[in-house]
Design a protein around this ligand. Structure first.
Ligand code: RAM
Length: 520
């Protein structure tokens, strides 16, 4: 066991073990039996339609295997239970082929066509073979779905399916959630977006704040920051935030570097991936957690970990204020292979310096040198990256790439302030050439920058256009990636692998609630 933080590190893991959340389970009945149909106008080219005869069709006894597709009418994270009877003793094993799907496209597409580069095992299908009949079958794994396709039956006896019920699981307490009221001044569409944001979060709130209940089913620091913000204005489960932060802090490596992600296993937590741009978010996240929960004791406990991430990142920067090539393992900003990530990462570093200093002030542990460092680096970055012609920041003096990512992170890092910052913001919105975000994650950073600059009307418009665009396309929860002009976009080589209920996309709800509060 590594111990950069001495015995504290194992204590954090022990505290995490002790604060495992309670998972609430609710029974959800299907709302329809459906089939899929190709439709060029539907999102990803597939729609669903109800089959004639209605939902009770599946409850009629029958012979020979039949395929049914159950629509639960909402996204479910959980499993299913089948109650059934057979007309005589089974003299052969009983086989149930199954597929769980979050979207109509996933439901309609043959998983054997999958050609992406992540493991096919994330796709949710298989067969259950029972040697002996059991009247109640509860599937042992957890799935993420709205649709369940089952093929069951036998040639030698009748089967009678009595019920197929979803057992929905979440550590979010439904009673804590109150929708934004119609009198808040928000539009019906905005209220619907907030509801869908909260539901997306709800579905990802399991033993951990998971990124996506279909995939990767793990705790990512970057996703966690967005989740913690929305949680702070909805379910307010601060114990779960602390549980997750204890896991990550307890899993630091021998340099004291916090992992980008952790995966829960029955015997503990496995750390995976070092993501320096996520590690830098620990300080800002602790500051936000302090503001929500007022738990200064907890924030003081992890403050040294946040400062250490800054110390480690500082070593990746040369005296010209450039990131040393090859010095880091992963700078994640957006799922976009074209994006030059070093420059926005420097903006994120500035953001981390400034927020960590602010947290220090709140905790009575001042670190003014962090702000001095931020001011110095801001000047260097302005000199190197600001392009007078466009009024925007380029990647650097040689690489002339223009991206929303750089503008947004430079704004959040306060490379420019006041009117100058507001001009960069307005020019970014109008720039036809700047690389646009691919994921709701980077769009959340866009909202954050706009909100910080007081650009409420722009923030609302982005939410209405982008998140509203997802609702228009009838998505039940907000997904990992949403590129309106490219419905098949995937960072994994095949959109079957995309996670269609993905926590980092719930961020719109946070800003909508701030806007509603402002108007109250
Ligand atoms: C993928 C997921 C996850 C994200 C990482 C960087 O695995 O989308 O949410 O945090 O990438």
């Amino acid at each position: 066991m590594n111990s950069f933080y001495g015995t504290k590190q194992s204590q954090w893991l022990k505290k995490a073990e002790k604060t495992r959340p309670v998972i609430h389970e609710t029974r959800v009945e299907p709302v329809a039996l459906i089939r899929t149909k190709a439709d060029a106008k539907a999102w990803q080219g597939v729609k669903t339609e109800r089959i004639p005869g209605g939902l009770q069709e599946f409850q009629k006894p029958y012979h020979w295997p039949k395929t049914w597709i159950f629509d639960f009418g909402r996204h479910v994270t959980g499993t299913i239970e089948i109650q059934w009877e057979i007309s005589s003793l089974n003299d052969s094993p009983l086989r149930i082929d199954f597929k769980f799907a979050e979207t109509p496209y996933e439901l309609a597409t043959d998983f054997e066509t999958y050609h992406g580069h992540l493991d096919r095992s994330w796709l949710q299908d298989g067969a259950l073979v029972l040697d002996e009949f059991q009247p109640v079958i509860r599937f042992s794994r957890r799935y993420a779905f709205r649709y369940v396709k089952l093929r069951l039956g036998a040639p030698n006896f009748d089967i009678h399916i009595k019920s197929v019920t979803a057992l929905a699981q979440s550590s979010a307490e439904d009673s804590r959630y109150t929708p934004i009221s119609a009198g808040s001044g928000l539009t019906a569409q905005e209220i619907a977006i907030d509801k869908c944001s909260a539901w997306t979060l709800h579905e990802c709130m399991q033993g951990l704040f998971e990124d996506g209940p279909k995939r990767d089913r793990r705790l990512w620091l970057g996703d966690l920051r967005v989740q913690a913000l929305v949680n702070g204005v909805t379910y307010r489960n601060f114990d779960l935030v602390e549980h997750c932060l204890y896991i990550l802090a307890g899993s630091c490596n021998e340099k004291g570097e916090i992992p980008g992600a952790a995966y829960a296993l029955s015997h503990g937590f496995a750390a995976s991936c070092m993501v320096q741009t996520y590690a830098l978010l620990l300080g800002p996240m602790l500051l936000e957690h302090y503001r929500f929960s007022q738990n200064a004791k907890f924030c003081k406990e992890l403050y040294p970990v946040a400062l250490r991430q800054i110390e480690l990142f500082r070593k990746l920067i040369d005296d010209k204020g450039m990131i040393i090539p090859g010095s880091y393992s992963w700078l994640f900003i957006d799922h976009d292979a074209e994006l030059y990530k070093e420059t926005p990462s420097l903006g994120l570093y500035l953001f981390s310096l400034r927020r960590a200093a602010e947290l220090g002030e709140c905790l009575g542990l001042p670190h003014p040198e962090l702000v001095e460092e931020a001011e110095k680096l801001s000047k260097l970055l302005f000199q190197r990256c600001f392009d007078k012609e466009t009024g925007l920041f380029r990647a650097d003096d040689k690489n002339r790439q223009l991206s929303w990512a750089t503008q947004v992170w430079f704004l959040l890092g306060e490379v420019v302030k006041g009117d100058a910052a507001r001009q960069v913001w307005s020019k970014t919105l109008k720039s036809p050439d700047a690389l646009r975000p691919h994921t709701p994650y980077l769009w959340c950073s866009v909202l954050e920058a706009g909100w910080m600059l007081g650009k409420t009307a722009d923030v609302r418009k982005i939410i209405r256009d982008y998140w509203g665009g997802m609702l228009k396309r009838k998505l039940d929860t907000f997904p990992e990636v949403f590129v309106p002009e490219n419905p098949m976009f995937s960072s994994y080589g095949d959109c079957l692998m995309n996670s269609d209920c993905h926590a980092w996309s719930c961020g719109a709800g946070y800003y909508l609630r701030l806007i509603a509060d402002q108007r109250a």
